[in-house]
Design a protein around this ligand. Structure first.
Ligand code: SF4
Length: 231
């Protein structure tokens, strides 16, 4: 669900015509008001992904890509697209309409003043949903400390300096640590693969593509390349 501007180019629309357009541009972020939907199991961790502090996101109210200033939890898109997981493309309706999140209730595409008023308030984060006593929490905290997006962005900024080699190795260490931790938690601790993007955010390897970089495995060793560069 995306907020683009205060008035739709389709104006003078004054009510929802169920075109489904808002549901095809990304799922909503969850807010404290949506806790009850989570408690009742309407929306579950496998339906969500986390955006971590410093991660590049499209700030739709601002209309630009910028590092996120705070954590967010959002409903995933369908595989390979931004279409909300709960959007029924044939019927053009919401599969959880009676329990749709607060942002979806507030959005009126012909006048976005209501959504703009609540959009940035009381956002839920994974830390609201996974308490300090939860066994996985220590892995989340360690991962955040070791693999923060801010640190990765700082290291990427050094790639054009004389410290480039050291910075590249540090980035690859972060990727390796994260990949190993995610694999270990699934294989040995029994965590569900589909919960990982909620618990730890999207993999760093994915985030690196937003900087024009990709990680490749060259003869058993990870290496960093500009996207599209075939070694
Ligand atoms: S939860 Fe429902 S209303 Fe909200 S974006 Fe997804 S399909 Fe649309």
């Amino acid at each position: 669900m995306t907020v683009n501007s205060s008035k739709s180019p389709d104006a003078p629309r004054t009510s929802c015509i169920q075109c489904g357009s808002c549901c095809t541009k990304g799922g909503p972020a969850l807010h404290k008001q949506d806790m009850d939907i989570m408690r009742r199991g309407v929306i579950m961790p496998q339906h969500l992904f986390s955006l971590r502090v410093g991660e590049k996101v499209y700030e739709n109210v601002v209309g630009a890509v910028a590092p996120s200033r705070e954590e967010m939890v959002k409903i995933k898109g369908k595989p390979g697209s931004w279409i909300c997981l709960f959007f029924n493309e044939e019927e053009k309706n919401c599969g959880i309409y009676q329990d749709r999140p607060m942002e979806c209730q507030a959005l009126a595409c012909w006048d976005t003043s209501a959504i703009e008023a609540v959009y940035a308030k009381d956002r839920l984060t994974r830390f609201d949903l996974v308490g300090p006593q939860d066994a996985v929490r220590k892995f989340m905290d360690a991962h955040e400390k070791r693999c923060s997006h801010r640190e990765m962005a700082r290291l990427i900024g050094l790639l054009s300096s004389e410290q480039a080699e050291k910075a590249a190795n540090q980035i690859l260490d972060m990727v390796l640590y994260e990949n190993d931790m995610r694999a270990m938690l699934v294989q040995k601790a029994g965590l569900k693969n589909e919960h990982l993007d909620f618990l730890f955010g999207r993999p760093l390897q994915e985030a690196l593509k937003g900087y024009g970089l990709e990680v490749k495995n060259i003869r058993g060793k990870l290496a960093l390349f500009p996207v599209g560069n075939n070694p």
